[in-house]
Design a protein around this ligand. Structure first.
Ligand SMILES: *[C@@H]1O[C@H](CO)[C@@H](O)[C@H](O)[C@H]1NC(C)=O
Length: 164
């Protein structure tokens, strides 16, 4: 048991480094989701109810050159529900719950890319909500756990070892 105990500090330190760097990356990060052709994608974005209950909401694609393409945007400022639909993009804004729900139906290969929920104050004044969503082609049937999930496990492990 003595020899086993000796190794924990080093392993713990390594995991702690991974943990800290992972959490830092997480702050500015994107959430990756698998693009499954033909399926629907649903994304939920919470927002600050006090600030933005009556603001317009939009779902945008962030092109690789940084250009923003608004795919769907609300046009009403109701207190209970605002719904907007444009082609395969549906945006439901629930001010009472302070969330936006976006649904992209019939996913296609070309949908791979970066997306974001925004509060649309003006076209020049956007507030990006939550983290951006990156739709990626996932090969094979096996879905690997996401990086955030691995970090979560690693951090839990470190905390656990640290406390014992
Ligand atoms: C996708 O959403 C549409 C519209 O809500 C629905 O009719 C369809 O059944 C959904 N498809 C899948 C695969 O869930």
């Amino acid at each position: 048991q003595g020899a086993g105990q000796q190794r924990w500090p080093l392993l713990g330190l390594l995991l702690l480094l991974l943990c800290v760097s992972g959490l830092q990356a997480e702050g500015e990060s994107e959430e990756q989701k698998c693009l499954q052709e033909g399926r629907n994608l649903t994304v939920t974005c919470p927002y600050n109810i006090n600030k933005y209950a009556f603001s317009l909401k939009a779902w945008q694609r962030v092109r690789s050159n940084g250009l923003l393409e608004t795919l769907v945007i609300t046009e009403t400022r109701n207190a209970d529900l605002n719904v907007a639909q444009a082609g395969r993009y549906l945006l439901e804004d629930y001010p009472t719950e302070a969330i936006i729900r976006v649904t992209m139906t019939g996913l296609q290969r070309g949908d791979a890319g970066l997306y974001q929920c925004v509060i649309h104050l003006t076209s020049q004044n956007l507030v990006i909500l939550h983290h951006r969503i990156r739709l990626v082609q996932c090969s094979g049937l096996l879905e690997l756990p996401s990086v955030p999930a691995l970090i979560f496990v690693a951090c839990g492990f470190v905390l656990n070892k640290g406390l014992v």
